[in-house]
Design a protein. Structure first.
Length: 161
């Protein structure tokens, strides 16, 4: 019995040790100083990313990669957007004040394919809607994920200028 428990414990420890986390930088370059309230709703993810694992598409099947986002996408977007606008007034919506811009993001697909990141997202700013599609080759997984989030943030900034 002790041998069995030891094997299970060893399997559990080695299984957890194989997880890799992608840390997205939060020190973005200030693009434009805007002093307004911006509310960002919780980013909605595809069902296969509930635990923040980024999947890989092989042929027609999504398979696990053991590569995870280190933060929720909402936190990543809020931090990147706040830093890029040189403004600390970007918050999780709703809160006590009414924002000038309310942003809602629905990521429909987000996965690796070969050396590419593939992402499709719908972004709503107040009542304006636009789609973002990314199929970009990159050096590594970290670079892929960071680029995808930067594309979302840059598009939002362009729309609210």
């Amino acid at each position: 019995m002790k041998k069995f428990l030891l094997i299970i414990l060893l399997f559990f420890i080695t299984g957890c040790a194989n997880k890799e986390y992608i840390y997205i930088p939060t020190s973005e370059k200030c693009i434009k100083k805007i002093n307004i309230l911006i509310g960002v709703e919780e980013v909605k993810l595809p069902y296969y990313m509930n635990d923040l694992e980024i999947m890989k598409l092989e042929k027609t099947k999504l398979i696990p990669t053991n590569i995870y986002l280190s933060k929720k996408p909402t936190e990543i977007i809020i931090t990147k957007l706040s830093n890029a606008l040189c403004d600390p007034n970007v918050f999780l919506y709703p809160w006590g004040k009414k924002p000038k811009y309310k942003i809602e993001i629905k990521i429909d697909d987000f996965y690796f394919k070969n050396k590419h990141v593939v992402m499709s997202a719908r972004v709503y700013i107040n009542s304006k809607f636009f789609k973002i599609y990314v199929n970009k080759e990159c050096k590594n997984e970290y670079n892929c994920v960071n680029n995808a989030f930067n594309i979302i943030v840059n598009k939002i900034i362009k729309e609210i200028k």
